[in-house]
Design a protein. Structure first.
Lengths: 313, 513, 350
């Protein structure tokens, strides 16, 4: 018992929560955008992998960290455009296309990675984002280091939650996006092209997924290795359901999730005799649990996975 | 009179079919014009071109003398054209205000002005007598209220020309009358209105002028005051189509009996204590506004939904298990409400669709293996006996027209010789020729001694086919009236739930037959 | 630009579609090879040579194709009924693990070979089925989308395997490296050719492909499953028991993936490690799509993938192009195949 209390009382544990949550926040927001406009994006796992790789590679070849993030965002948007081109105007199966994007993007990342680093036993590293203490606030005992001594991309992710919540619920564009996910015919009837809106929104969401991946190589770790995304993308898909497609709840879900993850990591080392794999399973099992709990309550965007073709009902 | 809208020589081709062939029509300020035509006459295509959903192959649309750029809905809206769609273009999860506001502000504005929008919506609602609650979720509204939202949406866009596509399809007679009164009021305030319809009585009562469309062409134009239903019917159909007459009923034993059926359903779709008896050799018509439980009722009788309370007795006994195979085995033939969604699997072949619901029968399978030869022979028989055109035994059903698809469904159902036939909206969306075919088949089944339960929103159809008529309202059935005493007015009152004591007595008399 | 549904796809188009798709994928991958500084034609030549150029190459390709046929069938069976089983990878591992665990049952090691083999295959299939039944049950009971649950369970399954081979099933004779105890000798599949890895599993996979094709094309169950996938509402109206059909499809699909794992252990490896599968489960999805969900087509699609994977290894050694180019090509061909299928169904109009 005291082990658990020790973990819960440690600053390191709570500091880790926000760090672990950051890629989940970014990824979940990305999925949320795509689904709000009516398109499932199972490409996320691969887009995150590619973002992680290209972000790292950009910085490794001499650019600065922000350029690395930008490169990841751009690459994400490009894969998003591919996904959108296949699923929106052509109306292909969103499930299969998304999986195809994931398989393509991840194998493509490994290919480029191997070209750049043909033979290295340990992957080369870059100098990652350093924590950026907020003057004044970071001095607050306990809360200071936990909340205000994070890296810049973490602050960015938090700001994006607020920005997206505002954008979706307070602006004409956000209303059009939500309407497209509910009934694209209604959007068309109001003179807005739902196809262009879908493509644009998917690209924006996928850009966030790319940044989520780059956070892994440029802030959480400092190098790239294959399979490093470890199903985080799939977890984001589950988190969006848990979040009932709302940005605020997405933040909450990501934090909750990161809390359990940080906790199990520390428990692993603290508790003897329990196989560590059981702890590692927790995030995946929790995601499934979240899906079960929310499945009945979810107010799914009505047009999710419904292809829209002009003039077809 | 100011000319507000002109369509000039509109031509539109889809593949091999000519949907609109050199169509021209005009609309003056303050005028209500009815666009009359059968399904497939090209009405909806024409209006979609006007509204910019489609681009015409030839021709021009002019609003107040200025040509509209083709294929741009936004331009049509800006020019003051508003469209009220047949399937409402609303998002049920969003509020009324959000539905109305979408696309009315510049997209990239950093903040929506909801307060101003709410004021403006309230003003319009007041001016045209269309009360709504701006913060209500559309999914919580009734069908009539949703239509109000659709109209307000167009008015909010400053529409001066309003196009309504089959606006009364989902309304009761009384609601429809109220709608047309509102349209009259709008016309008096200077708006110009086109409504699309295939119902002669509402065209006669609500329009100033009628344009008749047939096979993609304008075949006639009449001032409403100078024509009559008979002439319009002939113009619309192009020939005199005789719907088959119904010989007098010779009701026999009770085949199907429902006692106090209760089924929970979503919203208004529940059944709250339904009783009826269906006799051999008679047709019982169930009318009603959609969403009052007729889909659920059809589902229960078809074996899809088990009743939670009450009993459904077929030949005097409950089904051994209340599911589809047992319903079919008990002699219930089922014609589903939605051909494409329920009736057929579009991407499967004709023969597979012909036998799918009877695959368990020894005729069509042995030890789990499909008897393809027998199944294909049965399908071929249906294609010839029921005159299904354009179908091949191995071709995909998706390619059939609605009428031919319905004939295939009728064929597979009637081929099994059911004693009880449940027909839900059997002629919805069909043209006159196909409707006559369907009616002939239903009458023949009744003559053969089957009991037909006809669930339909088309009053003309029910009056033509049913021996007794009952209305379903809020999951309950009205008393029955004999078809001879049915007229649109009376049926409208029944559908609105206005039942009288006297008719209750009549029901008992009728059911005791 | 508009798309218009074709009245019917011509047979020629149906055959040409996958070839065109693979061709397009090869062109794009060729560009990637060229960008990396090698001659694409030379690379493809080397890939073909690696896969077909020698007795060893051919047998390796066929060995590699064996699990791919089975995971491809697993995906094709499920996708036909619109059951999105993306969990082939996890089911593969559980099937593999089950075989080695089953070897501990007294009597198996001493049983006659046919009995031991059959018992092991059944156990492997059951393990895969069991894992897929979890998401299928969640879907039917709670309406939980099976895509995400099957994906997540892949990670759980592999962690479980890792836990077992570092714990109760660990081979004490393997030095340090975590691997499972060996599968029972009696259950090992006979080799088809001396001094190669080619084993009888290939025959099992081919036979199953034919069997699955027959079930899909000729039986009541196959027709109902297809109807349920194409239009669940209409299938339900016609009396197809949707839940039961879906559960059965799940059993079949999970079983095939589990069987793939069991056969890989019994035919090739003899024991389980956490790198037993180079993404066989995920490749199965691509193969099923390339085959347009046709069970016999799966054989051809699996062969194509196997050629790419085996050939790319030897090409990579010769040219220094990362062998990941095979994964890239296969993934790309999934995307191009989707477009190709679309073009067989629609024609493009201006």
């Amino acid at each position: 018992m005291s082990v658990i209390l020790d973990i819960l009382a440690s600053v390191g544990m709570w500091e880790a929560v926000l760090r672990i949550a950051t890629p989940l926040i970014l990824g979940t927001l990305g999925v949320l955008l795509c689904e709000r406009v009516g398109v499932l994006n199972l490409g996320i796992e691969g887009i995150m992998t590619f973002g992680a790789m290209i972000g790292w590679l950009t910085v490794y070849s001499g650019a600065d960290l922000w350029t690395g993030l930008a490169a990841a965002a751009l690459a994400g948007a490009a894969f998003g455009m591919l996904h959108a081109a296949l699923t929106v105007p052509l109306g292909l199966s969103q499930h299969v296309t998304g999986l195809g994007i994931t398989l393509f993007a991840s194998s493509f990342s490994y290919y480029i990675f191997r070209l750049a680093v043909p033979t290295a036993s340990s992957p080369p590293t870059v100098e990652p984002f350093r924590p950026l203490p907020v003057p004044g606030l970071s001095e607050i005992p306990f809360l200071g280091p936990v909340l205000f001594n994070q890296t810049a991309p973490t602050y960015l992710a938090l700001a994006l939650v607020a920005l997206l919540a505002w954008g979706l619920y307070r602006t004409p564009l956000g209303l059009a996006v939500r309407m497209t996910g509910e009934n694209p015919h209604a959007v068309e009837a109001q003179g807005i092209d739902p196809i262009r809106l879908r493509i644009g929104t998917i690209m924006a969401g996928s850009a966030l997924m790319g940044v989520a991946g780059a956070f892994l190589t440029l802030a959480a770790f400092n190098s790239f290795f294959p399979t490093m995304v470890q199903g985080r993308g799939w977890i984001c898909i589950a988190l969006v359901v848990f979040a009932l497609w709302r940005p605020g709840r997405a933040l909450l879900g990501a934090l909750l999730f990161a809390f359990f993850d940080a906790f199990q990591l520390r428990l692993q080392t603290a508790v003897e005799g329990v196989p560590y794999q059981l702890f590692l399973m927790l995030p995946y099992l929790l995601s499934i649990l979240a899906l079960i709990v929310m499945a009945r309550r979810a107010r799914v965007p009505q047009a999710l996975m419904q292809p829209y073709r002009r003039g077809e009902r | 009179m100011t000319r507000v809208l002109e369509l000039d020589g509109i031509t539109k081709r889809f593949g091999a079919t000519l949907a609109n062939d050199d169509v021209s029509l005009h609309l003056d300020r303050g005028e209500v014009v009815a666009l009359l035509g059968e399904n497939g006459a090209g009405k909806t295509t024409l209006m979609s071109i006007l509204f910019g959903h489609y681009t015409a192959d030839a021709g021009e649309v002019r609003v107040e003398g200025r040509a509209l750029p083709p294929g741009r809905a936004r331009a049509a809206i800006r020019a003051g054209v508003g469209m009220v769609h047949q399937h409402f273009a609303l998002a049920p999860n969003l509020t009324v205000l959000e539905n109305v506001m979408t696309g009315t502000e510049p997209l990239w504005r950093p903040r929506s002005d909801r307060a101003a929008a709410r004021r403006r919506l309230a003003g319009l609602a007041e001016r045209f007598g269309l009360p709504v609650e701006p913060e209500a979720r559309v999914s919580d509204l009734s069908v009539g209220e949703r239509q109000r939202v659709e109209i307000l949406k167009a008015l909010y866009n400053e529409a001066r020309i309003l196009i309504l596509d089959e606006p009364t399809a989902v309304l009761t007679t009384q609601q429809a009358e109220r709608l047309f009164a509102t349209l009259r009021e709008m016309a008096a305030q200077g708006l110009s209105i086109i409504f699309i319809s295939h119902k002669l009585h509402e065209v006669m009562s609500a329009s100033d002028r009628v344009v008749v469309l047939r096979g993609g062409r304008v075949v006639a134009e009449r001032a409403t005051a100078e024509t009559d239903k008979g002439e319009l019917a002939e113009l619309m159909v192009g020939r005199k189509v005789e719907r088959p007459a119904r010989p007098p009923a010779r009701p026999g034993a009770v085949l199907l009996e429902a006692a106090d059926l209760h089924v929970a359903g979503k919203g208004g779709a529940a059944l709250n204590g339904v009783d009826f008896r269906l006799h051999a050799g008679e047709t019982l018509g169930i009318i009603g506004v959609s969403g009052n439980g007729q889909t659920t009722l059809a589902g229960v009788v078809s074996g899809l939904l088990a009743p939670e309370r009450g009993a459904l007795r077929v030949h005097g006994a409950a089904l051994r298990r209340h599911d589809v195979p047992h319903a079919i085995a008990a002699g219930i033939g089922r014609i589903p409400e939605d051909r494409n969604a329920e009736g057929v699997v579009g991407d499967m072949s004709t023969w597979e669709n012909a036998v799918l619901e009877r695959l368990w029968a020894p005729e069509f399978s042995r030890r789990g293996v499909v008897r393809r030869g027998a199944a294909r022979a049965a399908a071929a028989r249906i294609l010839t006996d029921y005159d299904v055109r354009g179908a091949r035994v191995d071709g995909r059903v998706r390619l059939l027209s609605g009428g031919n698809m319905q004939k295939l469904i009728l064929g597979r159902v009637l081929e099994a010789g059911p004693d009880i036939l449940v027909a839900a909206q059997p002629s919805r969306g069909l043209d006159e020729g196909a409707i006559a075919d369907v009616h002939r088949r239903l009458i023949a089944a009744r003559e053969r001694g089957a009991g037909v339960l006809l669930i339909s929103e088309d009053l003309d159809e029910v009056i033509a086919l049913a021996d007794r008529i009952r209305a379903i309202v809020g999951g309950r059935l009205s008393p029955a009236i004999p078809a001879e005493r049915a007229d649109a007015r009376r049926l409208g009152l029944m559908m609105a739930g206005d039942w009288t004591e006297a008719e209750t007595i009549e029901r008992e008399a009728a059911d005791a037959l | 630009m508009r798309f218009e549904r074709r009245e019917s796809a011509s047979p020629a188009l149906t055959v040409l579609a996958p070839l065109g798709a693979i061709g397009a994928a090869l062109v794009v991958a060729g560009l990637l090879i060229a960008v990396a500084g090698a001659n694409a034609f030379e690379a493809y030549g080397l890939i073909l040579e690696g896969a077909f150029g020698s007795r060893l190459g051919v047998t390796e390709t066929l060995t590699r194709a064996t699990p791919l046929i089975l995971t491809g069938l697993a995906a094709a069976v499920a996708f036909r009924a619109r059951l999105w089983n993306i969990g082939g990878e996890g089911q593969f591992y559980l099937g593999a693990l089950a075989v080695t665990a089953f070897g501990l049952v007294p009597g198996i090691a001493g049983a006659p070979a046919p009995v031991a083999i059959l018992a092991c295959l059944v156990v492997g299939a059951l393990a895969g089925t069991l894992l897929l039944l979890v998401p299928v049950t969640l879907k039917l009971r709670f309406g939980v989308d099976e895509v995400v649950t099957t994906l997540l369970l892949n990670f759980v399954a592999i962690l479980f395997v890792s836990m077992m081979i570092e714990g109760p099933l660990r081979d004490p004779l393997a030095f340090g490296w975590p691997q499972s105890m060996p599968a029972p000798d009696a259950a090992l599949l006979p080799k088809l050719l001396e001094r190669t890895r080619l084993h009888a599993g290939l025959l099992i996979a081919l036979a199953l492909a034919v069997a699955v094709w027959w079930v899909q094309a000729r039986t009541v169950f196959g027709m109902r499953a297809r109807a349920a996938g194409l239009n669940a509402r209409a299938a339900g109206f016609a009396g197809v028991p949707l839940a039961r059909t879906l559960a059965l499809v799940g059993c079949l699909s999970g079983g095939l993936a589990g069987l793939a794992g069991a056969i890989e252990v019994l035919g090739v490896k003899g024991y389980v490690t956490t790198d037993l599968s180079p993404n066989y489960g995920y490749s199965g999805i691509v193969i099923a799509m390339l085959a347009n969900l046709n069970a016999l087509g799966v054989i051809a699609a699996a062969l194509f993938s196997a050629v790419m994977f085996v050939g790319a290894d030897s090409m990579s050694r010769a040219l220094g192009i990362p062998s990941y180019i095979a994964d890239v090509t296969v993934a790309l061909s999934l995307l191009t195949m989707l477009v190709a299928i679309f073009l067989t169904q629609y024609r493009v109009r201006r």
